[in-house]
Design a protein around this ligand. Structure first.
Ligand SMILES: Cc1cc2nc3c(=O)[nH]c(=O)nc-3n(C[C@H](O)[C@H](O)[C@H](O)COP(=O)(O)O)c2cc1C
Length: 731
């Protein structure tokens, strides 16, 4: 919730100020070049702290007919306004030891004066200045909200500079660059606000008042300036500017602006006539100016240049990220408030098919003007105005809910809807499984016994995502709710997988759990890696089964549980060395081993270990902690030799096994609790957790992970999944 508030504020501020910010950043980049090119002229004097004001003044007087002013720039250049012996008025850079000219002061290049005007006031005078001040303030707020988001993402302020999660280019570099540039940008924005406030006289008065100093009358007179004690003792590094007296009138004095105060020195007696300390506001203004412009400091100018350029990148990447996020949650982002909707659609889906159907219903209800809210079953909560709830859910494993529905049963009993609800449950399943639509049946049963829930009509089951079945249900619903609904079928883009022949290289016998391994070699050249799926179609039937692949060398290793009446597993078990089968490889990118990761936690139960056998073999330089749960010690016998071989190739790898029917009778999630330190370390360092096996195991492991993260880490389970640090392949 808070993260979305910060993200929303960050976006709105950035959006509102984008055009002005764009101008300010581009001109900022140009203006940051000016101090760098200025410094490159090479007039900087090195030992200003060793040259006295007297020496320079004396040298100037010797070389020129008259001297009006002397200025020491923050760049270390010494500047003088003089009247030459040829009666020419000149503004020149000088060598302070000799008073000789080093170079003339050039007129400011047009590009810089143009950029300054645009940067300061957009050529709109006071109104423009006001906008620029406002944009600086917005930039400050954008940076602050950005830092808060950054801290949230990285898991706290202390972890701001910890490893950045791998993500797409714009997001990754938005995070990386913001860590480096948020301090310079805060300084730029803050000083921008300060300088604008100064221009609009919003700061306390900074005029200085001189205090007369009562000097004892002295008869001492100085012929040479160099002899005046103040001129002798003051070195150029303390000077900002000296205005020389107009005439030799004893009432005229040297007006000397030092770093922290201003003084007047009598040209006759050399005494300090008066002095004035600069008020804090004036000192702060000077510092703001230096920090904002980089004047006199090449290093800081380069930092400012990069910071201004980074703002341009943040604008691009920020908008690209927003567009991406919007695309992802398109259906959700246009949804009304949950408490405003009469219709609520709750979805339980693992691979997205059920969501596709739910979206069709959402769109058609919406088209009739109804307010509809759609969310996952796990997010079940109170809906203030809901009167109809439609539940679409798939089933997996042995009647298990999909991951995004695993909490529904527990949440449902804790929530009381304000209104009586008419509901309909639609089960999405497959008749190929013995527990056809079992989870939907369970959900329907839970709702049936609730006094506030009345069915619109009995549970409806849809086999193999059959579109005609779905249309039938929509017709029934239309009748019941008395609204004419029309469904637009999305165009099906079904890619036919290419079957190729595979040679059987070997097969083990059954172990104690009726599990066996089979090794296959493709007879044609194909691309595959561990975690991909091998789709097997039994000849003469429409039955297909998918098995997770372990790639070992050029071979495919499958771990298969032989079901008593399982046609596919029986078919594979009957194969012998030298046989050929037809199958297709289905890429399963979301379950590939991460390309770059420091450490990985692999969690599996039963035959779910298969892809990991290949992943460990293929990634010998990554630290891998494998957690595997089986029934008995003998359950892992068929994997032991392979595991021994691959584990011995990387001494950083560890294997933890649990046995649910022997010894301490533990499950794989117990291992995760026992090894919580290494699991949390992996997560905190940006490593990846992978889960493969049964859905029941996945749910138990997710529960454990969720509470471990809540207790010990600032990253939530959702963030882990969003960051790509949690990969699952369970059914
Ligand atoms: C590994 C696996 C296990 C499944 N188990 C069942 C099951 O036990 N009962 C059932 O009715 N359907 C089962 N199905 C079918 C799915 O529920 C069905 O394909 C559903 O449409 C998938 O919806 P989803 O894409 O929204 O997750 C299973 C599918 C797979 C791939």
């Amino acid at each position: 919730m808070t993260i979305s508030i910060w993200r929303y504020s960050h976006f709105i501020l950035a959006f509102a100020s984008s055009l002005f910010l764009l101008i300010a950043s581009v001109t900022g980049v140009i203006l940051a070049i000016e101090p760098i090119s200025h410094q490159a002229k090479g007039y900087a004097v090195q030992d200003l702290d060793k040259i006295s004001l007297g020496t320079t003044t004396e040298a100037l007087k010797k070389n020129y007919d008259d001297v009006f002013a002397l200025e020491v720039e923050t760049s270390g250049f010494v500047k003088a306004s003089v009247l030459t012996l040829e009666m020419e008025m000149l503004d020149i850079y000088i060598d302070p030891n000799t008073g000789l000219e080093l170079g003339q002061i050039q007129e400011r290049p047009f590009i810089y004066s143009f950029a300054t005007n645009l940067h300061r006031s957009l050529f709109l005078k006071s109104i423009g200045r006001f906008f620029v001040g406002l944009i600086s303030l917005l930039l400050l707020l954008i940076t602050i909200t950005g830092v808060l988001l950054l801290a949230k993402r990285q898991g706290g302020f202390k972890r701001l500079f910890s490893k950045v999660q791998k993500d797409y280019f714009e997001l990754r570099y938005h995070v990386i660059l913001s860590r480096w540039f948020f301090i310079p940008i805060v300084i730029l924005a803050f000083t921008g606000v300060y300088l604008s406030a100064e221009k609009f006289e919003l700061l306390p008065n900074a005029t200085i008042t001189h205090k007369e100093i009562n000097n004892t009358d002295t008869t001492e007179r100085f012929e040479h300036i160099i002899d005046i004690p103040f001129f002798k003792a003051t070195t150029l590094d303390q000077i900002r500017k000296v205005d020389f007296p107009f005439s030799e009138n004893p009432e005229e004095y040297y007006q000397v602006a030092l770093k922290n105060k201003e003084i007047r020195v009598s040209q006759q007696t050399g005494q300090i006539v008066s002095e004035a300390n600069y008020p804090f506001v004036a000192l702060a203004s000077r510092l703001s100016w230096k920090l904002h412009t980089g004047e006199g400091n090449v290093f800081w100018s380069i930092v400012l240049l990069l910071a201004s350029a980074s703002i341009l990148f943040f604008m691009y990447s920020g908008f690209a990220m927003t567009l991406k996020r919007r695309k992802k949650v398109k259906a959700i982002s246009i949804m009304p408030d949950k408490d405003d909707c009469e219709f609520v659609i709750l979805v339980g889906s693992e691979t997205g098919t059920t969501f596709d159907f739910a979206r069709q219903l959402y769109t058609s209800l919406n088209a009739t003007g109804k307010k509809v809210y759609m969310t996952e079953l796990n997010k079940y909560c109170t809906f203030a105005k809901a009167r109809r709830i439609i539940i679409f859910t798939a089933t997996y494993g042995e009647g298990e809910p999909p991951s995004n529905a695993r909490k529904f049963e527990a949440i449902f009993s804790t929530i009381q809807q304000p209104n009586k609800i008419r509901y309909s449950v639609v089960g999405f399943g497959s008749l190929e499984y013995p527990d056809y639509c079992k989870f939907a049946i369970k959900v329907d049963a839970i709702l049936q016994i609730h006094p506030d829930f009345q069915p619109l009509f009995p549970l409806y089951k849809i086999n193999n995502a059959d579109a005609a079945d779905f249309e039938n249900w929509v017709k029934q619903l239309s009748k019941q709710i008395d609204i004419s609904l029309s469904i637009q079928q999305p165009k099906k883009i079904k890619r036919q997988l290419k079957q190729i022949p595979f040679e059987v290289l070997g097969r083990t016998g059954l172990n104690v759990d009726d599990t066996f391994l089979i090794r296959l070699k493709p007879k044609k050249k194909i691309k595959f890696t561990s975690g991909d799926l091998l789709v097997i179609l039994i000849k003469g039937t429409t039955i297909t089964r998918q098995y997770s692949i372990a790639r070992i060398g050029d071979e495919i290793l499958l771990s298969i549980k032989k079901h008593e009446f399982g046609q596919c597993s029986s078919y594979l078990y009957e194969l012998s060395k030298g046989d050929t089968i037809e199958a297709a490889v289905k890429a399963n990118q979301h379950f590939h081993f991460p390309k770059k990761t420091t450490a990985t936690v692999l969690i599996a139960n039963g035959t779910g270990i298969a892809p990991y056998l290949g992943m460990i073999e293929q990634n010998r330089n990554t630290t891998i902690n494998l957690f595997w749960g089986g029934r008995t010690v003998a359950s892992s016998a068929i994997y032991d030799d392979i595991l021994k071989g691959i584990i011995s190739k990387n001494e950083n790898n560890t294997i933890h096994k649990s046995h649910s029917r022997e010894g301490s009778k533990e499950y794989v999630q117990n291992l995760v609790i026992q090894q919580k330190d290494s699991v949390l370390k992996t997560v905190q360092e940006g490593g990846v957790v992978m889960i493969c096996g049964s859905l029941a195991m996945q749910h138990d492991v997710l529960d454990v992970l969720e509470s471990l993260l809540a207790e010990h880490s600032a990253t939530s389970l959702d963030e882990l999944q969003h960051n790509g640090q949690l990969k699952m392949d369970c059914y």
